[in-house]
Design a binder for this molecule. Structure first.
Ligand SMILES: *[C@@H]1O[C@H](CO)[C@@H](O)[C@H](O)[C@H]1NC(C)=O
Ligand SMILES: *[C@@H]1O[C@H](CO)[C@@H](O)[C@H](O)[C@H]1NC(C)=O
Ligand SMILES: CC(=O)N[C@H]1CO[C@H](CO)[C@@H](O)[C@@H]1O
Length: 454
C-alpha cells in the first residue's frame, strides 16, 4: 500500500498532467480516486515490430483517438530495446492507457510445442522492465489466442505458468502491480472452461489478473441473445478477476454500428465487464480499420511505411461511417460503475478447475500441477483425473449445451464466434503476430489427452 502510494506520488511529481495508474481490485479496474475504470479501447499495431517508437505518429494518432473517445489502446508487439518515452507520453497526454502483449515473434507460447523457458521469460521481463515505469500501462498479456484450435488446450497450464512467473518477477522487482492477463480467442467449445481454468485453484499467485476475450460474435444488426453475449454474461457473472473484450467486433455484413457497446456497458453486463477494445485502428486487408493513412504505396514513401499494400504512417483519416458510428456510440455511453469504497469483493466467486470435456476441446483435467520454468512437455499425456480436480466442475457441460440452444438464426453462434476470431487472427497473422511457419505446422496426429502434466 505504501509502495503504491509512493509510486503514485512520484508519478504525479514527474508530470502533473499524467494519467494515474489503474489498479485491478476484485473483478474491476479502479482509478486512483476510487472511481471505476472502464475500457473504451482500440487495437493498435500499425507496423509489425513496434508501433510505439515513432513519436510523431503516436501524437497524430493519439489526438484523433481522443476525438474518438478512446481511453486505451492494445499493442501486440513491442521491441523492448527501443525508446518509448515519446509515444507513451503522447498517449498519456491524450488520456489513453496502453495494454501490451509481452510475447513477440520468437517468444510466443506455442500450443504445438509445450514449453515455457527462460528464453521467453527473459524477453517478457525486458518488456516489463521497459514499460513498468509508465503509469499509463494498464495491463500486460502473457499471450494472445495461443489456444485457437481443437488440439490447443494442453498449452493452458503453460500460460498460467507464464502469468505466475511474470507476476512473481513484477513483485520481486518492486514494480507497481501491473495486471498480468491473457487474451483469448472466443471459441464456443472452450466457454467457460478456459476462463475458469486460468483463474481457478485458489492461489492468487498462480492465476491471471484479468481475462480478456477476442469476440466477433456480435454482427450488427444483432441482439444480446442472437450474438450469444447473454451466454458470455452468464459465464462472467461475479467472475474472480476483471473480464473485458480485448477485440471486438464483427464487420459482416457491415456497416459496423458497434451496438454491442450498448450491451457491454448496459445494465445486463456492466456490473461484470470492464469494457472493450474495438478491432482495429488501421485499415488493412481484413477491412476492420477505423482510420486510414491515405492511398497505398507511393514511390516517394519509404518502403517500411507500407506493409501489405497499406500505408502505415501519416495523418490518420477517419473511415466512415464506422469511425463516426463508434464516436457517437461511445459519446452516448457513460458507465459509472461502483466506487472502490462501496465495492464488496465478497460478491465475486472463483470457479472450480474444470474437468476435461468430451470432444477434445478442453483437455486439461482439473487443477493440474503447473509446469516449472524450463519444463517441456512432449508425447502423449496420461489420461486420468488429477488428485486435486474438483468433480463439481463437470457442471460446465450443461452450460455448453446452453450455448447451442441459445444460438441465433442463420449461422450458429459457434460458427460466428470461431469464424470471427479467425478473422481477427488472420489479420494478426498477416501482421506477423506469430511465426507463420508455426501456424502452418501440422497438428494432425497430435491427439493429446492431458490429465496430469507430469
Ligand atoms: C527454450 O525453448 C526453445 C524452443 O525449444 C529453444 O529454442 C530455447 O533455446 C530454449 N531456451 C532455453 C534457455 O533452454
Ligand atoms: C502459491 O503459489 C506460489 C507460486 O507458485 C507458491 O510459491 C506458493 O507456495 C503457493 N501458495 C500456497 C499456499 O500453496
Ligand atoms: C497481404 C497478405 O499477406 N495477406 C494474407 C493475409 O492472410 C490471409 C489468410 O491467411 C491470406 O489469404 C492473405 O493473402
Amino acid at each position: 500500500m505504501l509502495r503504491t502510494t509512493l509510486a503514485v506520488l512520484s508519478g504525479l511529481a514527474a508530470s502533473a498532467a499524467a494519467l494515474d495508474p489503474i489498479e485491478a481490485y476484485g473483478n474491476k479496474f479502479f482509478n486512483k480516486d476510487g472511481s471505476q475504470f472502464f475500457i473504451k479501447g482500440v487495437a493498435y499495431q500499425l507496423v509489425p515490430d513496434d508501433p510505439l517508437i515513432d513519436t510523431n505518429q503516436c501524437k497524430l494518432d493519439a489526438k484523433l483517438m481522443k476525438d474518438l473517445g478512446a481511453n486505451a489502446i492494445r499493442v501486440y508487439h513491442v521491441d523492448a530495446g527501443k525508446d518509448h518515452d515519446g509515444c507513451m507520453k503522447a498517449f498519456d497526454e491524450a488520456g489513453v492507457y496502453v495494454m501490451l502483449d509481452m510475447d513477440t515473434f520468437n517468444t510466443y507460447i506455442e500450443p504445438t510445442m509445450l514449453y515455457w523457458n527462460t528464453s521467453q521469460f527473459d524477453k517478457y521481463a525486458e518488456v516489463m522492465d521497459t514499460f513498468q515505469k509508465y503509469d499509463n500501462v494498464l495491463g500486460l498479456f502473457v499471450g494472445n489466442e495461443n489456444i485457437a484450435k481443437r488440439q490447443d488446450s494442453p498449452v493452458a497450464p503453460f500460460l498460467k505458468a507464464a502469468a505466475r512467473d511474470m507476476k512473481a518477477y513484477r513483485d520481486r522487482k518492486g514494480y507497481r502491480k501491473i495486471p498480468v492477463g491473457y487474451s483469448a480467442a472466443d471459441i464456443q467449445e472452450l466457454r467457460p472452461m478456459l476462463q475458469n481454468y486460468l483463474t481457478c485453484g485458489g492461489n492468487s499467485s498462480e492465476i491471471i489478473d484479468f481475462f480478456a476475450l477476442n469476440s466477433y460474435s456480435w454482427c450488427d444488426p444483432s441482439t444480446y441473445e442472437q450474438s450469444t453475449y447473454d451466454k458470455l454474461q452468464e459465464y462472467a457473472k461475479n467472475f474472480p478477476v476483471p473480464i473485458f473484450f480485448s477485440e471486438t467486433g464483427c464487420n459482416v455484413p457491415g456497416p459496423r454500428k458497434f451496438d454491442d457497446q450498448d450491451a457491454v456497458f448496459g445494465k445486463l453486463m456492466v456490473n461484470d465487464w470492464s469494457g472493450a477494445m474495438v478491432y482495429e485502428w488501421i485499415q488493412e486487408q481484413n477491412n476492420y480499420g477505423l482510420i486510414e493513412y491515405g492511398p497505398p504505396a507511393k514511390s516517394n514513401k519509404r518502403a517500411d511505411d507500407v506493409v501489405d499494400g497499406f500505408t502505415r504512417k501519416g495523418t490518420p483519416t477517419p473511415r466512415n461511417p464506422e469511425f463516426n458510428n463508434l464516436k457517437t456510440k461511445w459519446a452516448s455511453i457513460h458507465p459509472t460503475g461502483v466506487s472502490k469504497g462501496d465495492y464488496d469483493t465478497k460478491s465475486i466467486s472463483t470457479r472450480a478447475c474444470p474437468m476435461s470435456t468430451s470432444g477434445g476441446w478442453w483437455q486439461v483435467n482439473g487443477n493440474v500441477r503447473l509446469p516449472t520454468l524450463g519444463e517441456t512437455k512432449t508425447g502423449a499425456f496420461e489420461s486420468s483425473p488429477s488428485a486435486t480436480a474438483d468433480p463439481s466442475a463437470t457442471a460446465t457441460t450443461g452450460s455448453k449445451s446452453g450455448d447451442k440452444s441459445g444460438s441465433g438464426s442463420q449461422s450458429s453462434s459457434s460458427a460466428q464466434a470461431t469464424g470471427g476470431s479467425e478473422k481477427g487472427k488472420t489479420d494478426k497473422e498477416n501482421s506477423s503476430d506469430r511465426p507463420l511457419a508455426l501456424i502452418g505446422a501440422t497438428l494432425a496426429g497430435l491427439v493429446l489427452s492431458l490429465a496430469i502434466l507430469l
